[in-house]
Design a protein around this ligand. Structure first.
Ligand SMILES: NC(=O)c1ccc[n+]([C@@H]2O[C@H](COP(=O)([O-])OP(=O)(O)OC[C@H]3O[C@@H](n4cnc5c(N)ncnc54)[C@H](OP(=O)(O)O)[C@@H]3O)[C@@H](O)[C@H]2O)c1
Ligand SMILES: *[C@@H]1O[C@H](CO)[C@@H](O)[C@H](O)[C@H]1NC(C)=O
Ligand SMILES: *[C@@H]1O[C@H](CO)[C@@H](O)[C@H](O)[C@H]1NC(C)=O
Length: 316
């Protein structure tokens, strides 16, 4: 009898405690959801320039921003693919009352000298740019020894210098308007390097550092900088990756195949943008653990990477 009473009492206490945690948690969740919705509503009419919009994550980002009634400016090399994305946008979201239809500006990020001119062209059409999403990029498959310096430079040119040049070109107008947002699509490989990805990892590490430096400077002008570092996404990135000789790798890697859906990653990025997050890592636990190890227990990370190299290079 006595023990039953005790049990009842302790259950009661446990229940109250659970409620005391649960109710604020629910309130917090609701508050967050309401705030997110309010922030997303502020996207209406914003002018968003997206590079690499012809495929994969860039295409998914175009859908996500367009869905929230932004005017999107689609940039990449392949005009035909951009046109396909534009008609997809118009057909898929025909219920969306966007003020302005998507704009297509074909650009080659490796032609650095052409980029300021392209930005001028965009500005002459839209008047200003609210958000620049540096997403266009190319990956790499090959050892350091088998990769020509030409390939290193090509990847650096698109992933790093292309983004840097475009950012410089949009910055002065943003500074004048005292607002703007620059987004960098980096990668987990901007935080840690894997064997056989030297050029790619280096270009994304460079991007992260550039963004961190810019963030501090831009804060003086009310301009935000967000760096997104996703893990594997199911896109054509590995197919389009360059090998050591500069040829197309042409294969869908198993890791890429099993990666996140581009739509999911795009949604996470757009949330980070409206919440003005400085950075966001979008990945499963293992890559996050690797980032942690690299920072706080580097020798373990190096051993793991040696093993990874041994395993994959044994097949050569
Ligand atoms: N997939 C992943 O696992 C993964 C993981 C982390 C980060 N990321 C990053 O996500 C971004 C998008 O890649 P994705 O996965 O969507 O791969 P993707 O399907 O191959 O898309 C790459 C995009 O970049 C554009 N691009 C490539 N070279 C260009 C150049 N010289 N000038 C202009 N645009 C160029 C391509 O368009 P054109 O060919 O028409 O020019 C294409 O739209 C990249 O920055 C990538 O590093 C991807
Ligand atoms: C990959 O490339 C093919 C051929 O260009 C294209 O049909 C497909 O839509 C691309 N995939 C993604 C996710 O963009
Ligand atoms: C800073 O930028 C935000 C939009 O990102 C804008 O609403 C606000 O008015 C800007 N503040 C100033 C002081 O210009």
């Amino acid at each position: 009898m006595n023990s039953a009473k005790k049990l009842y009492q302790s259950l009661n206490i446990a229940g109250s405690l659970a409620l005391a945690v649960f109710i604020p948690w629910i309130v917090f969740k609701v508050f967050r959801a309401v705030r997110l919705q309010k922030n997303l509503n502020e996207l209406v009419g914003k002018i968003v320039v997206i590079t690499g919009a012809s495929s994969g994550l860039g295409k998914a980002l175009a859908h996500e921003f367009y869905k929230h009634r932004c005017q999107v400016v689609l940039c990449a090399r392949r005009r035909q693919e951009l046109e396909r994305v534009r008609s997809d946008l118009l057909n898929t979201h025909c219920t969306v009352e966007t003020a302005q239809p998507p704009i297509i500006i074909p650009i080659d990020l490796s032609e650095l000298d052409s980029l300021p001119e392209q930005v001028k062209k965009i500005l002459s059409i839209t008047g200003h740019i609210d958000i620049l999403v540096n997403n266009g990029g190319v990956s790499h498959r090959g050892t350091v020894i088998s990769t020509t310096l030409d390939v290193d430079m090509k990847i650096m040119m698109v992933n790093y210098f292309g983004a840097a040049a475009l950012t410089k070109a949009v910055l002065s107008d943003m500074i004048k308007r005292k607002q703007g947002h620059i987004v960098f699509v980096s990668s987990i490989q901007g935080l840690i390097a894997l064997p056989e990805r030297s050029a790619y990892s280096a270009s994304k590490h460079a991007m992260q550092a550039f963004a961190d430096s810019l963030r501090a400077e831009a804060s003086l002008h009310n301009i935000s900088v967000t760096v997104a570092s996703p893990g594997y996404i199911k896109t054509n990135l590995s197919i389009n990756a360059l090998t050591g000789s500069g040829a197309s790798y042409g294969q869908m890697d198993a890791t890429t195949e099993k990666g996140y859906k581009p739509e999911y990653v795009a949604e996470q990025i757009i949330k980070a943008v409206v919440e003005k997050k400085n950075e966001i890592v979008i990945s499963t636990i293992i890559p996050k653990l690797a980032v942690f190890l690299r920072k706080y227990w580097p020798n373990i990370y190096f051993i793991l990477m040696n093993q990874r190299a041994k395993k994959s290079l044994a097949s050569y």
